[in-house]
Write a protein of this length. Structure first.
Length: 427
């Protein structure tokens, strides 16, 4: 992973005293961390909106200032004006204040992948991914996901209880993504990659995410070499065969981005949907009665409890105005996707939970989740939830809902654990 060197940052150098208007100059900047943020972010967004309007000064880990974009129309505006708010984080005017071990660095520091590319280069890289994903057969994917789900459930079905985050919600989309990229199911190599990806994305205590990430890169590099020699019907081979002629290194970077971008949000989408189904009477009663669909629960989660609650971010290309704020060149804007989805401006009567899909959970504009990916994610998440409910029809939470704990992540909204109980199923 490439960490940014402040010396090659194209933005203005940081200043000792923050000038007026800079988010750092706001004495009432709110940290986007801590217990209130983790457990009840919607309350925090509401009070930020009341106090600051659609753009609020916030502090990231270690007190690094940024703007949180809370308004639906402001997030839409920022994401559709790349000429003003761009993706290359080397523009940031705060790099000199950021320590080498800053926890957000792995996903905010510039990498030479599609995620941070801009303009024509971004179109080239994203175009290759889009076409490679477009050719994924959704029926085959559903079939593969069903098999993966069955195998994962088989491993705990006889025990009468499970912790679904580790045993199911994280494991399933990871396997699905790795298979979609052309790695065979069940191989020792595939299992090792799945383990290393998990550690590199979501390290637990005692894990070594950096060496896991190095092994991921090596394994994907081997996959690319193998598929160059023997192409198949998979995402990797299609990226290699694309007329844009991406170099192998570029494909390795972008494949890791695709797998990582698929795994975390889809896992938390599955988790938040299962939580809703298991805790909300409207859904629990109706799903067992067969009236309210899993599809409706999946969509409600994207509006009210989106896995991608914040996305870091965009960086101002030059001084500009946004939502009545003066934004300086090089300022960081965090896309407040969860806050924007629940913006009272789009829900004037206070009722949230639309049937449409105009939410911003997949972001918007040039860098939004590339078109076929939300459809594929829907196949993966829907198959995961439906298979679990079919196999374990009397599944219930093993703890009171109030005891469920949210992960301390600024990016993702998801649980640390989802313990459940059910009648053991043998055979
Ligand atoms: C099969 C599953 C998925 C795949 C393959 C996938 C792939 C990707 C890729 C390649 C990008 C980078 C786009 C770019 O920078 O041009 C991306 C961005 C993104 N994806 Fe997905 N994704 C998946 C699932 C999801 C899910 C389930 C969500 C949320 C519910 C989501 C939300 C996002 C967001 C918010 C971005 C950032 C866009 C931005 O910078 O504005 N993705 N995804």
């Amino acid at each position: 992973m490439h960490w940014p060197d402040p010396l090659d940052a194209p933005g203005a150098p940081p200043q000792a005293e923050p000038p007026p208007g800079c988010p750092a100059a706001h004495p009432d900047s709110v940290p986007l961390s801590g217990l209130e943020f983790q457990q009840t972010p919607s309350q925090l967004y509401r009070s930020l909106r009341r106090e600051h309007g659609p753009i609020a000064p916030v502090l990231l880990d270690g007190g690094i200032p940024a703007w949180l974009v809370l308004g639906y129309s402001e997030v839409s505006y920022v994401t559709s004006h790349d000429e003003l708010f761009a993706r290359d984080s080397r523009r940031w005017n705060q790099w000199a204040a950021i320590p080498a071990d800053w926890p957000l660095l792995p996903y905010v520091g510039h990498q030479p992948s599609v995620l941070f590319a801009e303009g024509a280069e971004h179109q080239r890289r994203a175009g290759v991914i889009t076409q490679a994903l477009e050719a994924v057969d959704q029926f085959e994917l559903a079939h593969d996901c069903r098999q993966i789900a069955e195998q994962l459930i088989d491993a705990f079905a006889g025990s009468g209880g499970a912790e679904l985050m580790a045993a199911y919600a994280h494991a399933l989309p990871m396997r699905a993504a790795v298979q979609m990229c052309g790695m065979p199911a069940g191989g020792a190599d595939t299992e090792e990659l799945v383990r290393d990806l998990r550690v590199s994305l979501d390290a637990a205590e005692g894990d070594d995410p950096v060496s896991a990430y190095v092994r991921v890169q090596e394994r994907i590099q081997r996959l690319v070499t193998d598929k160059r020699a023997r192409p198949g019907s998979d995402v990797t081979s299609r990226m290699l065969g694309h007329p844009a002629g991406l170099a192998d290194d570029e494909i390795v970077q972008d494949l890791i981005s695709v797998i990582a971008a698929a795994q975390q949000p889809t896992a938390n989408w599955i988790c938040n949907t299962l939580r809703l189904l298991l805790t909300d009477d409207r859904f629990a009663l109706n799903v067992s009665g067969g009236r309210l669909s899993v599809g409706q629960a999946l969509n409600e989660v994207l509006w009210l409890d989106t896995p991608t609650q914040n996305f870091i971010g965009r960086w101002a290309v030059r001084d500009t105005q946004l939502g009545g704020r003066h934004i300086r060149a090089g300022d960081c804007l965090v896309l407040g996707l969860a806050a924007a989805n629940t913006d009272p401006q789009i829900w004037p009567d206070g009722h949230i939970g639309a049937e449409n899909s105009a939410h911003l959970s997949f972001s918007n504009g040039e860098h939004r989740c590339p078109y076929p990916a939300p459809l594929l994610a829907d196949v993966i998440a829907r198959t995961a939830v439906e298979t679990l409910l079919e196999r374990l029809p009397d599944v219930v939470l093993a703890v009171p809902p109030g005891e469920l704990r949210w992960r301390p992540s600024i990016w993702m909204r998801g649980l640390t654990a989802l313990p459940v109980e059910f009648t053991p199923v043998v055979g």
